[in-house]
Design a protein around this ligand. Structure first.
Ligand SMILES: C[S@@+](CC[C@H](N)C(=O)[O-])C[C@H]1O[C@@H](n2cnc3c(N)ncnc32)[C@H](O)[C@@H]1O
Length: 528
């Protein structure tokens, strides 16, 4: 397919100009680009924040905007001595950090940032119908409720059916839950109609909580839907052209069909193993699309693959990377002696998924062999392990039921409740499930952990898309480092916090940890 001088990959609709010398340098190029996220960083200022290494860099000093303290000698030594996890920081040497470029008071929104790349969790897809690009809710309140209950009821019925087929007499606690769920959920036909056409209508839903009409994917796949043609087109240009499993994606030839079917297999494999592989594939799709665009754009004087890759990789360049199977913390049920075989299993999973991706995108894999190599794939998956933030968008379904409950006009409320209450009962405790997913943010990913942080990620009902919002939880002075907690539970004691942070490969030495450690040492001394 690729000639030695140039080649055009029409099936994947990207134009690639490849010179023979590029092929040799590409792998080295990736080595450099992956390292860059870990080792290099200049000083970059954005509106409220700037990114910079904890160590002084000439650029940072010259700018005079911020001046974090130089690292103590012990930390440098600590970093040099790091054993297995040589590419991770330890002690107070925390790599790059995010710093305030002005003062903030408690409650200020310090950073609002759209994701570089994001996805809704596969397991959350039946609970929230959202735009695959910006994660706004779409359709209608009726469709949101109908879809969730339809799936709840069909899986409960399936379970009961299996039970009958196996002629099981005794009902287990799980089966009783299925029966209860089926009883509450209502009529399958009604729910199907609500999920597909949004009828029957619920009072006040359209007036108070109008949602944008769903738009189909440009490639005609059933998997992704959008809130607007603009989002559909943006997703198509960014990654969906490559990821779409629909039958309108590109030429109607065998090659295109094969690509869609292989992509389907890749996605199914990811759903069964680790859905982060889907996010990693989005990154590869974005980088190959953008590198090809950079090469085909005559105005920017880019003629070599290396330069094009640098441009395409730029959005991910600041994000810390490490190889996935090296950094994943061993789960508590895996014994220490089995660590090697556990890590080997991760390598096999990653290599199985990469193999499917190469089959889905043979032209891209041939044009960018370094990008499709196992270490680079491992580093991209590892980048999510180290940096991703949970994506949460509050549900309008929750707000709808709260609004009905809060109606000031008692007569109106009494007239409406008989229509809404059965659905609320059927949804039960799950009525407020939000859209849940994973996202990677260019700036937020530079924010270090602190067990008593000065910021926290927070979204309220006005944040209707997948952007990350960091809110000040303490007064912050210009030049101070911005920190968040990586932990779900900040109330844990010191050693439990360190256990939970082991996924990130560092022992925390924040002020709270230092003080708890010295208090413990003090108590031990007193006992002696
Ligand atoms: C999301 S990144 C934060 C940005 C990172 N410092 C960098 O240079 O790209 C997470 C990584 O930062 C480092 N880190 C974050 N908080 C830390 C802390 N309190 N102590 C030591 N290292 C920390 C760890 O290497 C961790 O895996």
């Amino acid at each position: 397919m690729l000639s030695s001088e140039a080649s055009s990959t029409a099936a994947s609709q990207i134009e690639i100009l490849l010179k023979p010398s590029d092929v040799n340098t590409e792998a080295k190029y990736y080595e450099k680009l992956i390292r860059r996220g870990i080792e290099e960083c200049g000083h970059e200022t954005f509106s409220n924040v700037c990114v910079q290494r904890h160590h002084h860099t000439p650029a940072a000093v010259a700018s005079g905007v911020i001046s974090p303290p130089p690292p103590p000698a012990a930390d440098v030594a600590n970093n040099n001595n790091s054993s297995n996890h040589s590419n991770m920081s330890g002690g107070k040497n925390r790599g790059k950090g995010l710093y305030a470029t002005r003062d903030f008071i408690v409650g200020d929104r310090v950073l609002i940032e759209p994701p570089l790349v994001a996805m809704q969790h596969e397991r959350n897809r039946n609970d929230a119908i959202v735009c695959s690009f910006c994660f706004r809710y779409v359709g209608s309140i009726e469709k949101q409720i109908g879809q969730r209950l339809f799936h709840q009821l069909s899986s409960a019925q399936e379970k009961l059916q299996q039970q009958k087929e196996q002629q099981m007499e005794a009902t287990t606690a799980g089966d009783a839950a299925a029966e209860e769920s089926a009883r509450r959920s209502g009529d399958l036909d009604v729910l199907n109609s609500m999920a597909s056409v949004g009828e029957p209508k619920l009072p006040l839903a359209d007036q108070c909580f109008p949602l944008p009409t769903e738009r189909a994917c440009v490639g005609g796949c059933y998997r992704e839907i959008f809130c607007s043609n603009e989002c559909a087109q943006n997703a198509w240009n960014s990654h969906e052209r490559a990821m779409c499993i629909g039958n309108k994606s590109g030429d109607q030839d065998e090659q295109a069909k094969n690509r869609a079917s292989m992509m389907h297999q890749f996605i199914e494999h990811a759903k069964d193993t680790n859905d982060i592989f889907i996010l990693a594939a989005k990154v590869v799709a974005m980088v190959t699309e953008n590198a090809s665009l950079a090469l085909s754009d005559a105005s920017n004087n880019i003629t070599f693959l290396g330069e094009a890759l640098e441009v395409a990789w730029e959005p991910f360049s600041r994000v810390q990377k490490a190889i996935w199977w090296d950094i994943v913390a061993i789960p508590s049920d895996v014994e220490e002696k089995d660590e090697e075989s556990f890590r080997q299993q991760l390598i096999e999973l990653a290599s199985g998924s990469l193999e499917l991706l190469c089959k889905a995108w043979p032209d891209r894999a041939q044009a960018f062999p370094g990008l499709f190599s196992l270490p680079v794939w491992g580093a991209i998956v590892g980048m999510f392990e180290l940096n991703n933030l949970e994506l949460v968008v509050e549900s309008p379904v929750e707000n709808y039921f709260l609004a009905v409950d809060g109606l000031a006009d008692e007569n109106q409320k009494m007239a409406i409740l008989p229509q809404t209450q059965p659905f609320l009962d059927a949804l039960d405790v799950k009525y407020d499930i939000p859209c849940l997913g994973t996202a990677l943010f260019a700036l937020q990913s530079n924010c270090n952990h602190d067990c008593d942080p000065n910021c926290h990620p927070f979204k309220d009902e006005t944040d209707i898309n997948g952007s990350c919002v960091l809110v000040a939880r303490k007064p912050i002075r210009k030049g101070e480092e911005l920190t968040i907690s990586y932990l779900e539970d900040d109330q844990l004691d010191w050693s439990r916090r360190q256990d939970a942070l082991s996924d990130y490969g560092f022992v925390c030495r924040c002020a709270r940890c230092e003080s708890e450690v010295s208090q413990t040492r003090g108590r031990q001394k007193m006992k002696m």
